[in-house]
Structure formats: structure tokens, C-alpha cells
Write a protein that binds this ligand. Structure first.
Ligand code: AHR
Length: 504
């Protein structure tokens, strides 16, 4: 089949919000312990963090990191993770039925994040705790000196404040699985008063109110309306969490996940507008897609959950270590496209998570670290999507899906960076069987192709092929046969593929 794509570089949507390339590290499973941190690993540094994992994190090129949860944060006492390590308490983590040793806490993680080049986005516990503890951790982290908590931070080794700007007001409070689950009114009032107090303490904080855990929540929409009724004018972002998976072999619907995310974002944006907090309002509320990814929740519900909820309380159990396929990587690429196409409303986003737990990077204790298939679309987009976003016009047939309605067979987004002299085009071919002959017209004269790469089924593999600790057959390879003549680029996108073309 064929597709026509028009890229009007002279009519950008908005600047690329670079925080859209955020990620997430939760105290969960082997994300922290046996993930980023493993004293005794051959590459471990004296501080216990793995150098090989850090190198892959740096290569991934994410911009921000949400920490320390997730569901975990709703039962977490931040002060357990500061001070001399040998005096830190060992606690039950009721969210994930695990033991939390508290070897890693705010100081260790903030240092690691700085080295990884990641802005820290810190979540406060509004599950079992409230305003006072949120105020305390803010004072500890951001006040330079001269108060009990800021001086305690200095005694604990951080002379300078951490200067954390981004704060999440709790996590997934709408979900009955959440420790300290609340109604929208209960949460809205607590979030509003916590926001007010945190802003009194440090007027530079940027605050994220918790939105819905997913678009299928029975409270979705009403939750946002009520929370914004209480918090508009006091917060800067409202969160949206979105996970997608292939169910019952229905890859056609799964590949259309990006259209579901489009609709989800647009629905939240409409509620923000109704609340009078849209663009142009006194204190606009952006959408923070705090958690997004492919996640095989069935595996969690049927395998991991029964295993950890047996009565044992393990340290760093293997939880939701999904192995991602070619299909999953193509979906991740198209979800990134959806985020970029809504960059006028999506102010930030976090690929959930970063290491081992539904992650682009996996590692084994004492063993190797490697790039999952989903690493590649994220890494290429984070590296190349700079400047402004351009939403191309795409003429192509649509497919009917059982779950997500109709979806165009090809989706595309572009970025234009005048400073770097670069145009980047990110294109997904959702067809499982057919290559797409695409003609892409640019309004900018004098462009030449710098590179053209594709992620698709590797030689000898199929759409289920994954990368594992012994072999990584899935990655970017050259997209052959790309031709640019008089501002029109012609290319053939393989079936089930995600491509990136760079021009300058
Ligand atoms: O990312 C895994 C979990 O997914 C998080 O802890 C929670 O916020 C969400 O349900």
C-alpha cells in the first residue's frame, strides 16, 4: 500500500518539551537493588552502583527520572533512606510484598541521577502520610541550611541542597490497589493543601497532581474534574498513566495503541480546558504522562503476583521483567509519536520504568546488562527530537481494530531544529504484513538525507523476537532505498516497522 506524508516545517505545533523523554525508577522488584545498584557486581563502583548499567542509562538519553514510586511511595517513609546506612531500618514494602533495605535513598539516588544526566522528579507519599511529611522532605532537600532538616541533610553529607523542582503529589490515589486510596474529593483537598504548603516553603517547586491510573477507570474524567476543582491554580501538571499490551494474539489492536493514547490525552486536555486551566490561563495545567509503556499485566496478575503474595517477603524479587519483542518496540515508537503530536498539552512523560522492571534496560546479578528492543525507539527519539514539533498530514488507508476502533496504517511526526540544522521524521508502519511505499513532501528546500534507519523483524526472526542476555538481534539498521528528489522523499517502510529519517 502507499502513503503520502506532508511535512510543513514552517508551521510547527510548539517546542519539543524535552521532559517528554523522562523515565522512572521505583523501589520495586529489581529496579534499584540488582538493577542500578549492586555492590559486588564486577562493574560496581565503591558507591555500589553498576557502571555498565549507568553507561546504558546515559546512552538512552532520557531527561528526567521519577523516583521513588509508584505504588511503593504510598507507604514510604523518606527519612528511612537518609543518614548512616548501617542505621537505616529494614521495612516491609506492602505495595510489592517485599523487604526494603533502604540502602538506597534520596542522597544516593540524587547523586546517581545527576551522574546519569537526569533531572530528579520526586514523589511524596500521600497514601499513608500527608502534608507535614511532604513539607519535611522538601525542607530537607531544598532549603540551604539553618533549619533542623536542612542541617540534617548537611550532616548526612550533602552541603548543597538538592534543588528538586519537580514534585509528584502522591501516586494513583484513584486505584483501590493503592495504599491510602482516596475519593477524588479527599485527594483533591489533600493535594491542594499540600501544594499550598510546599509552595510556601519553596516557591520554585513545580507540582504534579495525580490524575487517573488508566482510561478504563470507572472514575476517569470525573476524577480529573474534581481534582482540578481543588487544585487548579496551585499545581502545574496533572498526571496520566497509560500501559498497553497485546491480548489474545490481537496484534492489530495492539499496534493501534497510539490512537488510544491520542484519545486519552485529548480527553484529559478537554477536562483541563473545562476547568479553566488550559493554555493561556493564569496557571496552565499541563499533562504529565508520568507512566507509560507496554506492560503485560496478565503476567503480573497470573505469575508474579501469586508468587510474591505467598507469605514470604523477599528482597528485590523478580517482578514484571517483561521481555520486549519487535512488535512491542514498534508500539513504543508509535506511542512516542503520540506524545510528540500532543506536545502542546503533554508537558512531560516518563517511560515506566528504566531498569529490569518493564524496562528498556535489563541486567542480571553478577552478569551482563543489555538493551531491550524498546531501548532503540526511545533512544533515537530522545536524541533527535529537538527544536519544534511538526505534525505531518498523512494520507493513508486505515485498519479496523477490535479494541481501538480505526487507526491509520502509517503514523508520523517530525521535529525541526533550526539551530542544529536538522529535520527528523519518525514513522510507524502498523501493517503486520505489507510494506508501505511512502512519499514524503517537505516544504523546506535544499534538504539532504543524513541517515535513514529502521527497526523491524530481523533476518531469521519474527515479530516475537526479543533481545536477551545472550543475543540482541533487534536494533536499528539502515533503511535502504531512500531517495530524495526535489523535496520529495520516497522510501519503502517494511511491514511492522518504526523508522527515523534525518535530513539537514
Ligand atoms: O510501574 C509499575 C506500577 O504501575 C507503579 O508502581 C504504579 O504507579 C502503576 O500501577
Amino acid at each position: 500500500f502507499s502513503a503520502q506524508i506532508d511535512v510543513a516545517t514552517a508551521a510547527p505545533l510548539c517546542d519539543v518539551p524535552r521532559r517528554i523523554f523522562g523515565t522512572f525508577v521505583e523501589h520495586m522488584g529489581r529496579s534499584v537493588y540488582e538493577g542500578v545498584y549492586e555492590p559486588g557486581h564486577p562493574t560496581a563502583r565503591p558507591d555500589g552502583f553498576r557502571a555498565d548499567v549507568l553507561a546504558l542509562v546515559q546512552e538512552l538519553g532520557a531527561t528526567t527520572v521519577r523516583y521513588p514510586g509508584g505504588n511503593f511511595v504510598s507507604g514510604y517513609r523518606w527519612e528511612d533512606g537518609v543518614g548512616p546506612k548501617d542505621a537505616r531500618p529494614v521495612r516491609l514494602d506492602a505495595a510489592w510484598h517485599s523487604i526494603e533495605t533502604n540502602e538506597v535513598g534520596l542522597h544516593e539516588f540524587a547523586g546517581w541521577a545527576a551522574e546519569a544526566g537526569l533531572e530528579l522528579m520526586y514523589a511524596v507519599n500521600l497514601g499513608t502520610r500527608g502534608m507535614q511529611e511532604a513539607a519535611d522532605v522538601l525542607e530537607y532537600a531544598n532549603i540551604p541550611s539553618g533549619t533542623a532538616l536542612s542541617d540534617l541533610r548537611r550532616e548526612n553529607g550533602a552541603e548543597e541542597p538538592f534543588g528538586i523542582r519537580l514534585w509528584c503529589l502522591g501516586n494513583e490515589v484513584d486505584g483501590p490497589w493503592q495504599i491510602g486510596h482516596k475519593t477524588a474529593d479527599e485527594y483533591g483537598r489533600l493535594a491542594a493543601e499540600t501544594a499550598r504548603l510546599m509552595t510556601f516553603i519553596d516557591s520554585r517547586v513545580e507540582l504534579v497532581a495525580a490524575g487517573s491510573s488508566n482510561a478504563e477507570m470507572p472514575t476517569f474524567g470525573d476524577w480529573e474534574r474534581t481534582v482540578l476543582k481543588h487544585t487548579a491554580g496551585l499545581v502545574d501538571h496533572i498526571s496520566l498513566h497509560a500501559y498497553y499490551e497485546e491480548s489474545d494474539g490481537d496484534a492489530v489492536s495492539f499496534l493501534a495503541s497510539g490512537t488510544a493514547l491520542d484519545r486519552y490525552i485529548e480527553a484529559v486536555a478537554a477536562v483541563i480546558d473545562d476547568a479553566g486551566a488550559g493554555p493561556g490561563s493564569e496557571r496552565p495545567v499541563g499533562i504529565s504522562v508520568d507512566e507509560w509503556n507496554v506492560w503485560y499485566q496478565r503476567r503480573w496478575n497470573e505469575i508474579d503476583k501469586p508468587r510474591v503474595l505467598t507469605g514470604e517477603w523477599p528482597v528485590a524479587p523478580r517482578l514484571i521483567e517483561d521481555s520486549y519483542s519487535v512488535t512491542d518496540a514498534v508500539v513504543v515508537g508509535s506511542l512516542l509519536g503520540s506524545l510528540l503530536r500532543h506536545a502542546d498539552r503533554v508537558t512531560m512523560a516518563n517511560l515506566a520504568q528504566l531498569v529490569n522492571v518493564i524496562a528498556p534496560i535489563r541486567c542480571e546479578p553478577g552478569g551482563p546488562a543489555w538493551r531491550q528492543t524498546t531501548f532503540f525507539p526511545f533512544q533515537r527519539t530522545a536524541a533527535l527530537a529537538t527544536g519544534s514539533v511538526v505534525v505531518p498530514a498523512v494520507e493513508v488507508d486505515s485498519i479496523d481494530t477490535a479494541v481501538h476502533g480505526t487507526a491509520p496504517l502509517v503514523d508520523a511526526v517530525a521535529t525541526v531544529d533550526a539551530g542544529a540544522g536538522r529535520v527528523a521524521l519518525f514513522v510507524t508502519n502498523r501493517s503486520l504484513d505489507d510494506a508501505a511505499a511512502v512519499r514524503i513532501r517537505f516544504d523546506q528546500p535544499g534538504l539532504a538525507v543524513v541517515s535513514a534507519e529502521v527497526l523491524t523483524v530481523p533476518e531469521g526472526g519474527d515479530r516475537h523476537t526479543v533481545n536477551d542476555e545472550t543475543a540482541q538481534p533487534v536494533g536499528m539498521r539502515a533503511l535502504d532505498g531512500v531517495q530524495l528528489t526535489a523535496g520529495v522523499l520516497e522510501a519503502t517502510l517494511p511491514a511492522l516497522s518504526w523508522s527515523v529519517v534525518v535530513l539537514s
